[in-house]
Design a protein around this ligand. Structure first.
Ligand code: ZN
Length: 118
């Protein structure tokens, strides 16, 4: 029986912080990243959907969205669209008009973020 020997797998050396994707908010400030010897977190600027009529004690923000890429060890991660929901809302007709316009702009911005996930 022949046993084929293969070369040992040697991880590629990557230094952290890793190189930034174009959308990274810290691409001009490598030391501003959250990073360690084996990981780097890249974040885009955060997009916010405001809450036009916050309930008492509720957040003035409905949703937040941003791109994220976590690089670990010797590789680079896949970009993800990270979205957070913050609160609920009830609205008058005028507030609903404002909210609908803001929501449409938020969705349009999500499409822009989605196209940047390369
Ligand atoms: Zn970065």
């Amino acid at each position: 029986m022949t046993v084929l020997e293969t070369a040992p797998v040697v991880p590629t050396t990557v230094s952290h912080p890793t190189a930034c994707p174009r959308w990274c908010k810290d691409r001009h400030a490598p030391s501003a990243h959250h990073f360690g010897p084996t990981s780097t977190a890249h974040w885009s600027p955060q997009v916010i959907l405001p809450n036009p009529a916050p309930l008492q004690g509720a957040s003035a923000v409905m949703m937040r969205a941003e791109l994220y890429r976590g690089d670990f060890d010797a590789g680079t991660g896949e970009p993800v669209l990270y979205v957070q929901g913050e609160t609920d809302i009830d609205m008058t007709p005028d507030e609903a008009d404002i909210f609908i316009a803001q929501l449409q702009a938020f969705v349009d911005t999500l499409r822009v973020l989605r196209r940047q996930m390369v």
